[in-house]
Design a protein around this ligand. Sequence first.
Ligand code: SAM
Length: 239
Amino acid sequence: MNLALLFDEDFVTADRAVLTGRRLTHLHEVLKVAEGDLVPVGRVNGNIGSGRVLNLTASRADLRVELMETPPPPLPLTLILAMPRPKMFRRVLQTCATLGVKDLWLINSYKVEKSFWQTPWLSEEHLRENMTLGLEQARDTLLPTVNIRKLFKPFVEDELPALLKGKRALVAHPGTATPCPSYLEQPAVLCVGPEGGFTHYEVDKLEEAGCESVHLGARILRVETAVPVLVSRLFDACR
Ligand code: SAM
């Protein structure tokens, strides 16, 4: 937790917030803060800054909060991800939030098992919890939007073309002829397949909608590895 993300319900006045639970445990056990110390904080979908620890007990920390800086800029990327298996999904979601992905679409694909859609990790509460962990890692505050589409064909035919307008549209697909571009200077849409990959039919449909198939070299990467590799190749975070 490189920043404690504060929600409306944490504020008791405009500049006072109370931390309990996981964030309080982190202050005690990892940061080992004392009264008077400053801790990095941010307001969800707002600015980042610091919180002065006014009172610290085993059950709560009272902070005086000053939020003067803007969070890091969002990635100009729409990420369309075939729903990963639940164990991986949680990690991928956190990674997406850490990398600055703000527009995430979870879609069905032939090789997505039906049971994946039943995971509790897709509940509003768990989505928020995991995106919060990812944002706190990156010192960011802007919660991503997560869209869920459980039917591949209607999504690709009816919604995808509008999402691609004015953007570079790519589908990461191993073994294809074109290398993935790098250092894009324009917004992009990126589709990433499931553990077993997109089928030929699905790649054809994505291409019909306007996506270009690209590869990352001969090594086949797990989704949780492919996402950060693709994102950092498309958008250089050091610029
Ligand atoms: N056997 C599957 C295939 O050949 O498509 C492997 C799927 S891979 C584990 C999961 C997803 O990560 C792929 O659908 C693709 O979107 C992305 N990916 C992984 N390695 C890649 C590579 N070398 N080039 C392009 N995309 C890759």
